[in-house]
Design a protein around this ligand. Structure first.
Ligand code: ARG
Length: 580
């Protein structure tokens, strides 16, 4: 069996066994409820089960705690096990055990999980339409979830469900013909998607002849006309080229082969409709084929329809999402589907999930909507550059790197030009990502340059700087880091103990970020670790330690801290420059 690094899991396992033995509980009911103890206590961990179980067992909590402790075998790990207050069980680990539990392997003690195939649907911009900050959030959060799940051993399929089909393409293609292919390609490939889209829709609204052409064009497109498809492909290709340039600058994992947009599902839409009809789930209402999933009502308590086929015979966003579920589970054999989509689409997705479940295409526990809030400017309003116009992502990333360059120049004037610009890129992009990821994703988040680039507080630059600072200790020690440190970790000081305990909680942080699909849990952990390190470094001299043994032990703690921070940031898609 792989060694278990994080003692919380050992205490959980042994605690469970003790509860089963002492009270004859089932494994499932025997949760010892182990938690880290608050920092100012004398305990490292505590088990809170006695309080919850006392009712069930009809015993006083204290009595439960006593019987529990009597059945518990943790002497090898703990120097103190005591009952406190109404029935908390406190644990204090043996210093030797702490030192030997610290894993030095490249996973830093994080075990892999039984493998699942998971489709993560994220980023999802729309062809010939500006990629907005909402797509940026989806891209950043999705990328972190991809990395975390891959690290935990899962097979992750990345799906960039781009909006590349539907009625707007009639007007977009006609506009493309009007301005000429070369001109259109030019505009789209540099990311001038908004003006292209706006020009097309203005003509559609103001020029009836254009509108007629656009409507006809949709029909030719959907009937598979080769020349129309070629023009459509041009729109898709040029837009994707632009999206890819944003992804590359962001350093996210998405590539062209992950583009599986709405159009991909076209061949299955008739069958989706026919199957739902055959199952008696869909019926024609006012000319449209609809499903009315249970529990969804609109104004006046009227049942809300999920429109499968529109009155004109066309299919839309809803049908596509249903077909995607069938494809992902049926053809890709995925076991789990994760949708990183803004909270505004919660109703759409719940209805799609409900219909797919009643059709027997998915179990409700296999689909999850990872919701996120809006991006607000410092004024608390939706982030916009000028009134009514969305912020261009390319310009936003430029600004991040530029601002980071100023911060880096001030903080690290010694870096050479080339290194300084590499660091500025890592810091600027990292700052945007970290600011997004460190907030509870369902909340709206405030885009504030000064705060995200601050060198203090829970920010990307603070963590990157913490790593660089630790690396500089090794340069001064003229010693290579990365596992080259011989000797044992020997814990003598409280600050060393705190640091060791923090390092040991890495696995739990990664696992809980994955389990709750909340990257901010990992951010909170990393920030806590960096702060714990700071106080260790204040209290415990490293290079001028009392003995060789102590120096080696402390260097090892430094190395493990830097590597944990680096690995943690890499799971969030953030680089750590070796020097800053
Ligand atoms: N393209 C859509 C938008 O920009 C988001 C797609 C979300 N994914 C999905 N499978 N519905 O709003």
């Amino acid at each position: 069996m792989t060694p278990v690094a994080d003692p919380i899991y050992v205490l959980e396992e042994r605690g469970r066994a003790a509860l089963v033995a002492a009270f004859g509980l089932s494994e499932a009911d025997a949760d010892p409820v182990v938690r880290r103890s608050p920092p100012d206590r004398d305990a490292d961990y505590q088990a809170n089960a006695a309080l919850a179980l006392s009712k069930k067992l009809a015993m006083k909590p204290r009595e439960v705690a006593e019987k529990f402790v009597a059945a518990l075998h943790v002497d090898d790990l703990c120097e103190v096990v005591e009952i406190a207050g109404p029935g908390f069980v406190n644990f204090r680990l043996r210093a030797e055990a702490l030192g030997s539990l610290l894993e030095d392997d490249e996973r830093l003690g994080v075990r892999t999980q039984p493998q699942q195939t998971i489709v993560i649907d994220y980023s999802q911009p729309n062809v010939a339409k500006e990629m907005h900050v909402g797509h940026l959030r989806s891209t950043i959060i999705g990328d972190a979830l991809v990395r975390i799940h891959e690290f935990l051993g899962h097979k992750v399929v990345r799906h960039n469900h781009i909006g590349d089909w539907g009625t707007p393409f009639g007007m977009l293609i006609e506009h493309l013909l009007d301005i000429g292919e070369t001109e259109a390609a030019e505009e789209l490939s540099v990311g001038d998607l908004d003006s292209f889209y706006k020009a097309a829709s203005a003509k559609f609204q103001n020029d009836p002849a254009f509108a007629d052409r656009a409507r006809l064009r949709v029909v030719t497109l959907q009937s598979g006309d080769a020349e129309t498809l070629r023009l459509w492909q041009l729109l898709v290709d040029e837009s994707s080229r632009y999206f890819q340039s944003v992804y590359d600058r962001l350093g996210v994992r998405l590539t062209r082969s992950d583009l599986i947009g709405e159009s991909f599902y076209n061949p299955w839409l008739d069958d989706v409709a026919a199957t739902l009809e055959k199952q008696g789930l869909a019926r024609v209402d006012e000319g449209a084929l609809c499903v009315f999933p249970e529990g969804f009502t609109g104004r006046d308590d009227k049942p809300l329809p999920l429109i499968i086929r529109k009155r004109d015979g066309g299919y839309g966003y809803q049908a596509t999402d249903l077909a995607a579920i069938r494809y992902r589970l049926g053809d890709l054999n995925a076991e789990r589907l994760i949708y990183v989509v803004d909270a505004g689409q919660a109703q759409h997705l719940s209805m799609v999930f409900a219909v797919a479940a009643s059709a027997g295409w998915v179990r409700p526990d296999q689909v999850e909507h990872v919701k996120f809030g809006l991006v607000l400017g410092p004024d608390g309003q939706r982030l916009r550059r000028r009134v009514g116009e969305s912020v261009k992502l390319g310009a936003l990333l430029d600004e991040a790197v530029e601002r980071a360059a100023a911060v880096v120049a001030e903080k690290s004037p010694d870096l050479s030009g080339e290194e300084a610009s590499a660091v500025a890129r890592a810091v600027g992009i990292g700052a945007i990502k970290y600011a997004d990821l460190s907030n509870d994703r369902v909340k709206d988040y405030i885009f504030d340059w000064d705060r995200m680039l601050a060198m203090e507080g829970n920010t990307g630059p603070y963590l990157q700087y913490a790593i660089a600072r630790i690396r500089s200790i090794f340069r001064r020690a003229e010693q290579n880091a990365d596992g080259a440190i011989a000797g044992e970790v020997v814990i003598t000081q409280p600050a060393e103990r705190e640091l060791a305990l923090a390092l040991l909680s890495f696995e739990e942080a990664v696992v809980s970020a994955a389990q709750h699909l909340q990257p901010h849990r990992l951010c909170t952990y990393l920030f806590g670790l960096a702060s714990t390190f700071t106080s260790f470094y204040e209290h415990c001299p490293v290079l001028r330690a009392d003995s060789e043994e102590q120096r080696a032990s402390r260097l090892k703690l430094c190395d493990l801290t830097a590597r944990t921070l680096e690995l943690g940031l890499s799971l969030l898609g953030i680089e750590s420059p070796p020097r800053m």
